[in-house]
Design a protein. Structure first.
Length: 321
């Protein structure tokens, strides 16, 4: 018997929700904590120096001063290029007019996404191991050196003097409290921890390993034994702040560490141990949106930032990889 059904009748209206969901990691801890610095050129430098080794040999009574030291002998400059971060977008004139579910303005939506993507691009670059690069024409743009490269991952940059190079790091596949404390100790012995407060930007695997610190593994099933008040009826199995013998560390998870440009691969074991006082971002052009001329096809524009990472001294920081 002939019957009209949903699968054989044309003209049934579609039901599309007015909710548009985007679920992507957007946290940018390094960019957020870095000191904000102004840039006036494409190449920006900071200066580093050191102190002589403590000496207490004594001086004979009446001995004249016959030799002198050049206290600026080891002073050096560490530089980095800025990089252009840009996300373009375009919307046809017709698409801007039609009624789209969940989007009041397709152009405004594209503009908003470009801003969010640019911020992630910056964070990924600053947390990468890419080296700095001068612009030499088509195909070779300015690139800013990432933090992992400043700390010597993939080879020590030649412009960083030996006394300022990173010494606090661990590349063990699984972090334990002992290996973690060893890095903190190395950092303290190298610089005395002048800031006193560190932030660890940790990959997902590293963050989970740190949460396992100070738990006692039980018998079968590898159960963890913890002691905590029961009034809240809540079991806390995470560590977001670590107080150790050689400093306090705030721990923030991130998925944008040690990335390769254009790759979605997450380095879960990576971690940047940052002293916020000794990190900065040189900004030559602040984040902005620019709309280009509509040449008949529709509205066009782009979001861009021109900025570079500044590491005041690699010896102030540590890493896990």
């Amino acid at each position: 018997m002939a019957k009209a059904s949903t699968y054989n009748v044309s003209g049934n209206r579609e039901s599309i929700s007015d909710v548009l969901t985007i679920l992507e990691p957007e946290s940018t801890p390094l960019t957020s904590m870095a000191n904000k610095l102004s840039a006036t050129a494409t190449f920006n430098e900071v200066q580093v120096d050191d102190l002589s080794t403590a000496s207490f040999d004594g001086v004979n009574e009446g001995e004249d001063v016959t030799s002198f030291d050049n206290k600026a002998a080891n002073r050096a400059r560490i530089g980095n290029y800025v990089q252009v971060f840009r996300r373009p977008y375009a919307v046809s004139s017709i698409q801007e007019i039609v009624d789209t579910a969940g989007v009041a303005s397709e152009f405004a939506n594209a503009e908003s996404k470009a801003i969010r993507e640019t911020k992630r691009d910056m964070e990924a670059a600053f947390c990468s191991s890419q080296d700095r690069q001068a612009d030499s024409g088509s195909g070779s743009p300015y690139k800013t050196r990432g933090m992992f490269k400043f700390l010597g991952v993939g080879g020590q940059p030649s412009d960083i003097p030996t006394f300022a190079q990173n010494v606090a790091n661990d590349t063990t596949s699984t972090q334990t409290e002992a290996t973690f404390n060893s890095v903190l100790q190395e950092l303290y012995e190298a610089n005395g921890m002048p800031g006193g407060q560190l932030t660890l930007i940790a990959g997902p695997t590293l963050k989970k390993e740190i949460s396992d610190f100070s738990r006692q593994a039980g018998g079968a099933g590898f159960a963890f034994q913890v002691t905590q008040p029961a009034e809240s009826k809540t079991i806390t199995l995470s560590v977001n702040f670590y107080e150790g013998d050689f400093g306090n560390v705030a721990i923030i998870p991130s998925t944008l560490l040690n990335r390769t440009s254009g790759s979605a691969t997450i380095d879960g074991d990576a971690g940047l141990l940052i002293d916020p006082e000794y990190i900065g971002i040189h900004t030559l052009k602040a984040e902005s949106n620019s709309e280009l001329e509509n040449q008949g096809g529709g509205r066009r524009g782009y979001c861009d930032v021109i900025a570079g990472l500044a590491c005041m001294s690699p010896k102030a920081h540590g890493f896990f990889n």
